[in-house]
Design a protein around this ligand. Structure first.
Ligand code: BGP
Length: 479
């Protein structure tokens, strides 16, 4: 008997906005990432109100899954994938989010993709919204701040659930919904960026709008989960949280309490609503301290109770330290901030590598929620070098993944119910935080570069064969 369940869902994860490309093909509308330029590790990407001719918008072509899906799915099948995580691009189905009728061409595309996956015995795991808000809804409603967006999202979700419920069993409502608790979540998540033209890290931070928007997303998520449960008893509905383990830098109780506060709001606020069906006890104090006033309608709180998820999924890349000492300045990574941990190494993008943190996270989450868990993103964004003979010797990626899988095994032995594992960017795609191609995660290399050049051809990296063995042995052979 192996450690992982026999039906463990091994696979990989992607998102339409970073992978699909074909941003204006077959009637697709513009979504927020189509308005985001490229950036780098040190220069933030921009959001522009208009699409400007002299700028590069990496998501617009991305790595073109739209025209390569058959080839890519064949490669995933060759690795033995049992599941493939992708998102449906809302603007492919409802170009502005506001049409009465869906775009049939967009629906057909996903029919083809799901048929191809099903034919290869790969379960699709579908995220309904992975940072893909229609830009028209940003302009009209300031994104999720306006309650009207709930109905528009519900219409979209019902359309795709009705169409694909026989082809897709596993669904997630919002990717990393808890990004909305952080300033950057205005771009990656709540879409509360109406009229904003500028770098992603300087978006004016409107906490009131973000937390109101989050409330609307919770209601929308619950509505969709409830609808799916009532109409399609075979589907399983999950949430998705960007989970980052945080440690107090010292045993100073001030650091410990500060760390606890960060864990509460960043990691648990959203998960508690989606799994337990109610706002956590600490929410009111947080709203009070931050002058946040949530406008709730009659029936919202009941609905949250009726639309709780069946399984909890999360991304895990790194951990951070928390300190109240103002002289501690070094930040870890470009996405969430935090203070450096003297015991850990970092990736080239400053993300601290912490495999044991994954075991800790799995145990904390299982103790808190007691429902099946799935790690739907994890991986190492790295500079890859293509050798003359075309190979990419990405031993650093293999090491990273091996160490994380080892810790997942420990967590399963601890008693955690873990359903599956889909490493992020199983094929190279555009980075969400920086818009780069140079930050690669894939087992499959895609010939595409930061200046927009490349012939989009696919090739296997060293990690491709390694991961194939891992899957074939159900996680026993990690050598
Ligand atoms: C998560 C997102 C993904 C993905 C990943 C890696 O936050 O859900 O969309 O991109 O992080 O981040 P990055 O692309 O910035 O390296």
């Amino acid at each position: 008997m192996g450690v992982f369940r026999d039906d463990f869902l091994w696979g990989g994860a992607t998102a339409a906005n970073q992978y699909e490309g074909a941003w204006d093909a077959d009637g697709k509308g513009e979504s927020v990432p189509d308005h985001c330029t490229n950036g780098t590790h040190t220069t933030p990407k921009w959001v522009t109100v208009k699409i400007e001719k002299d700028r590069l918008y990496p998501s617009q072509e991305a790595t073109d899954f739209y025209h390569h899906y058959k080839e890519d799915i064949a490669l995933f099948a060759e690795m033995g994938f049992r599941v493939f995580r992708l998102s449906i691009n809302w603007t492919r189905i409802f170009p502005t989010g506001m049409e009465d009728e869906p775009n049939e061409k967009g629906l057909e595309f996903y029919d083809n993709v799901f048929d191809e996956l099903n034919a290869k015995g790969i379960e699709p795991l579908v995220t309904l919204s992975h940072y893909e808000m229609p830009y028209a809804l940003v302009e009209k409603y300031n994104g999720w701040e306006d309650r009207k967006v709930i109905d528009l999202f519900f219409k979209y979700a019902v359309t795709v659930l009705k169409r694909y419920n026989k082809k897709v069993k596993y669904w997630l409502t919002f990717n990393e919904i808890n990004c909305g608790t952080m300033a950057l979540g205005a771009v990656l998540g709540t879409g509360t960026i109406k009229g904003y033209n500028g770098p992603m890290d300087k978006v004016p931070d409107d906490k009131q709008a973000r937390f109101q928007a989050l409330h609307h997303q919770f209601v929308a998520s619950a509505l969709v989960v409830k609808y799916a449960h009532e109409h399609f008893p075979d589907v399983m509905m999950g949430n998705m949280i960007a989970y980052m383990e945080n440690y107090p830098l010292t045993p100073n109780p001030d650091d410990v309490r500060e760390c606890q506060k960060i864990m509460e709001i960043m990691n648990y606020y959203c998960g508690d609503v989606q799994v337990r069906g109610e706002y956590p006890y600490f929410a009111e104090r947080y709203w009070e301290d931050n002058d946040i006033h949530i406008d709730m309608k009659h029936g919202d709180l009941e609905l949250l109770k009726e639309g709780t998820v069946d399984f909890y999924t999360f991304s895990y890349y790194m951990s951070n330290c928390v300190s109240t000492d103002p002289t501690q300045t070094g930040t870890a990574g470009n996405i969430m901030g935090g203070v450096k941990n003297p015991y850990l190494k970092s990736s080239d993008w400053g993300w601290q590598i912490d495999p044991k943190g994954l075991r800790i996270a799995l145990n904390e989450l299982y103790a808190r929620y007691g429902i099946p868990l799935m790690v739907v993103e994890n991986g190492l964004g790295a500079f890859d070098k293509k050798e003359k003979d075309g190979t990419v010797n990405d031993d650093y990626r293999i090491d990273y993944l091996r160490e994380h899988i080892e810790q997942m095994r420990e967590a399963v032995k601890d008693g955690v119910d873990l359903m599956g594992y889909t490493p992020w960017g199983c094929i190279d795609l555009v980075s969400a935080s920086t818009g780069e191609m140079a930050k690669r995660y894939g087992f499959i290399y895609v010939d595409k570069y930061d200046d927009g050049t490349g012939d989009l051809s696919r090739s296997r990296k060293k990690s491709f064969d390694w991961y194939k063995k891992v899957i074939a042995s159900n996680g026993e052979d990690l050598k």
